[in-house]
Design a protein around this ligand. Structure first.
Ligand code: TA6
Length: 279
C-alpha cells in the first residue's frame, strides 16, 4: 500500500496505490476523485477530457462533492461550494488491506458569506483490493443547528450508453427533472437510458448494480438514502462547454445523496454518509 503526492492537470493531487496494482487519484481541488482503476486496470471514473481546474470552477466528471446544497435546492450556487474549494490533505492511513487519504475543508470568510455556518468536512477516500469507498463526514463546529443536502455526484465511465442497465431501483419513488414530473414510481427492474435523464430517486436500497457487457459494478451506500441518475444525452452534452459533444455515450452519473430530507445537524454533532464502488 502506498500513496504519493502528484500533479494532475497541473494541480496538486494524491495517488493511492494498492499492492494488487489498483489505484485512485484525488485532487485537492474539491477533494475530487478523478480516477479509480481496479486491479484489471480499467478506468471506472469518467473525467471529461475538456475539463480544466480553475479557482472558482468545478471539475467536470469524477466525483464532485455536493455540499451544503444539492443542485438548486437552496440559494447557493448549483451543488454548493465544496467542489470549488481547495481541501487539505491531512492524513494517509495504510494497513494490510487498504490505503486511505483524508481531506478536510472548514468554513472560511468566503464560505461564511455564502452560508453562515461553521463546519468541518472530511472526505475519507479508501482504496481496497476491489473497491473504492468515499465517505463524507460533516461536523457542526458552530453554536447553532444547521441543515444541508448533499450528494456524491459520481460520474461512471462506461463503454456504450446503449448497452448499460442499472438495477435496484424498482418501485422507488422519484422525480423526473427533465419531464418535470413529481412523485413517479419506477416500474423497471433494470433501467436503460435512451434519452436525457435527470431523476432523483428517494429512499432507495443500499445496493445498486451497473451492468455492462463484460463487467458490472456494485454501488453500496450508507446513510445516503437517495440516488440520482443523470445522463445529459445529445443536446445537453453539446451545450455543456466542458463536455465533449458525444460525452453522453461514455458516462452515466449514479449519485448517492441525502436530498429529499435535509440533514439537521446540532452543534458538535457529526454526520457521515458514504458510497462504495465495488468492481
Ligand atoms: O445531479 C444531476 C444534476 O443536478 C443535473 O441536473 C445536471 O445539471 C448535473 O447535475 C450537472 O450539474 P453541474 O452544475 O455540474 O453542471
Amino acid at each position: 500500500m502506498n500513496f504519493e503526492a502528484i500533479s494532475f492537470m497541473n494541480s496538486p493531487a494524491i495517488r493511492l496505490i494498492h499492492e494488487n496494482g489498483s489505484e485512485a487519484i484525488i485532487m485537492l481541488h474539491g477533494a475530487h476523485v478523478v480516477s479509480w482503476k481496479p486491479k484489471d486496470g480499467q478506468e471506472r471514473i469518467y473525467l471529461s477530457p475538456k475539463t480544466v481546474v480553475s479557482p472558482e470552477g468545478a471539475i467536470r466528471g469524477g466525483i464532485p462533492v455536493c455540499f451544503p446544497q444539492f443542485s438548486n435546492l437552496g440559494p447557493l450556487p448549483l451543488h454548493g461550494f465544496a467542489r470549488n474549494q481547495v481541501w487539505r490533505h491531512t492524513d494517509t492511513i495504510k494497513n494490510t488491506e487498504s490505503v486511505r487519504a483524508v481531506f478536510q475543508l472548514s468554513d472560511t470568510p468566503q464560505t461564511l458569506t455564502m452560508w453562515p455556518h461553521q463546519f468541518r468536512a472530511a472526505l475519507n477516500v479508501t482504496l481496497n483490493a476491489n473497491a473504492l469507498d468515499v465517505e463524507l463526514q460533516i461536523t457542526n463546529t458552530g453554536e447553532e443547528t444547521f441543515s444541508f443536502t448533499t450528494a456524491l455526484h459520481t460520474y461512471l465511465q462506461i463503454s456504450d450508453i446503449a448497452q448499460i442497465s442499472i438495477e435496484g431501483l424498482k418501485d422507488a419513488r422519484y422525480i423526473d427533472k427533465v419531464a418535470n414530473l413529481e412523485d413517479q414510481k419506477e416500474a423497471r427492474d433494470k433501467i436503460t437510458i435512451t434519452e436525457q435523464t435527470d431523476r432523483v430517486y428517494y429512499n432507495v436500497p443500499a445496493n445498486l448494480m451497473l451492468h455492462e457487457p463484460g463487467r458490472s459494478l456494485k454501488i453500496s451506500t450508507r446513510n445516503m438514502p437517495d440516488a440520482v441518475i443523470w445522463n445529459p444525452w445529445v443536446e445537453r452534452s453539446q451545450s455543456i462547454a466542458d463536455l465533449p459533444d458525444d460525452a453522453y455515450k461514455f458516462m452515466v452519473c449514479i449519485e448517492a445523496g441525502s436530498i429529499g430530507k435535509p440533514i439537521e445537524l446540532a452543534p458538535n454533532k457529526i454526520w457521515a454518509g458514504s458510497q462504495t464502488l465495488i468492481s
